[in-house]
Design a protein around this ligand. Structure first.
Ligand SMILES: Nc1ncnc2c1ncn2[C@@H]1O[C@H](COP(=O)(O)OP(=O)(O)OP(=O)(O)O)[C@@H](O)[C@H]1O
Length: 326
């Protein structure tokens, strides 16, 4: 990790990098990686890191442990899990000097895929040791931070439908089954979105508000998003009849240029959304309730510039960052 090593050299060479590894033993591929994780921790020790492993017992633990790490001025919190575990951890890391590292062990691992952290944990641990530290923006919906995106509409319903249901145990296949069911029958919704001093009225299947580009590990709805540019990208997928929905989805899956015709694309640092009926919301893949139908108290989404330190590979996707390294 370049920046911390540099800081270490400029103060005292004896100072160790302090890291807490927070592992979610229920995340998609954790069991498969358990042995490897022990080896990685001893490698970190050999490189002079003080690294302690903490396992979560239940949802919410990762956030609490990360909060303690920030209080103790730990240099790095390493998430061993998927995007849900990362989502919990960033709630505590936001605005702090503690950096987020990742050993991807989830089901989809969108953040790791997005920045090019290998799903091979030995390679991912090399990013911890030899990567670079950047500051990136976080999004915020009401009081909750997000790293990747907010989804309102079909994907919100899918996430709510899968949560705590047996189909979740099927992993990606479970999501695809529920997504196919909801994708075909979902009615569009009407929303008023206030941004950039205007109100746009939409009749949509889906609104994605992205801090980053990659969606579900495969598609890009917010394909122009940069994670450090101080704005969020908004992709409104307009209402389509049942027959059109599959071709639209294929345009996104195959990243065809014509996908642009199905959407309205905006950027803004703040937006306020009101829908005529409550619409399901997902944040970084987690279901969090429904949109507001009250114009007086709309659902508020904003960007918090430079809120999170992250450890990422030396070589990054060329269009995801706009600022130079720290
Ligand atoms: N010990 C635990 N027991 C039960 N749930 C937990 C525990 N620790 C964390 N969680 C919750 O598990 C959920 C899923 O975790 P996570 O996202 O890391 O794995 P995943 O769903 O397999 O991966 P991805 O999000 O990349 O697809 C999160 O909502 C998190 O809060």
């Amino acid at each position: 990790m370049q920046e911390t090593t540099h800081e270490m050299n400029s103060t005292t060479k004896k100072q160790k990098i302090k890291a807490i590894l927070i592992a979610n033993p229920t995340s998609g591929s954790y069991t498969m990686h358990e042995h490897q994780i022990k080896q990685i921790i001893s490698t970190l020790h050999q490189h002079g890191w003080q690294a302690d492993l903490k396992l979560t017992q239940a949802g919410g633990d990762a956030r609490r442990i990360a909060s303690e790490a920030v209080e103790q001025k730990i240099d790095v919190v390493i998430a061993i899990g998927g995007d849900g575990t990362i989502h919990e951890i960033i709630q505590s890391l936001a605005g702090s000097e503690t950096a987020l590292g990742v050993l991807p062990s989830g089901t989809v691992n969108v953040w790791a895929r997005e920045v090019g952290i290998s799903l091979d944990l030995n390679k991912a641990s090399n990013v911890l040791l030899n990567g670079q530290t950047r500051r990136i923006d976080l999004g915020k919906i009401d009081d909750r931070y997000f790293l990747l995106m907010v989804g309102i509409g079909v994907d919100g319903e899918v996430t709510h439908a899968v949560e705590k249901k047996p189909v979740k145990r099927l992993g990606v296949i479970g999501y695809l089954l529920v997504a196919a069911w909801w994708g075909a029958r979902y009615p569009a919704f009407r929303a008023a979105i206030a941004l950039n001093n205007q109100v746009i009225k939409v009749h949509a299947l889906q609104v994605i508000i992205g801090n980053t580009q990659l969606y579900g590990g495969a598609m890009k709805y917010t394909w122009e998003a940069k994670c450090d540019d101080g704005v969020l990208d908004i992709c409104v997928i307009r209402r389509q009849n049942i027959l059109r929905r599959l071709p639209v989805l294929l345009d996104f899956l195959l990243r065809r240029p014509q996908r642009k015709q199905w959407v309205r694309y905006e950027t803004s640092d703040t937006l306020k959304i009101t829908t005529t009926e409550p619409v399901a919301i997902q944040v970084d893949g987690e279901p969090i309730g429904h949109t507001s139908t009250s114009e007086e108290q709309p659902t508020c989404i904003s960007v918090v510039p430079q809120a999170l330190k992250v450890i990422v590979p030396q070589i990054l996707p060329k269009d995801l960052f706009s600022q130079p390294p720290l």
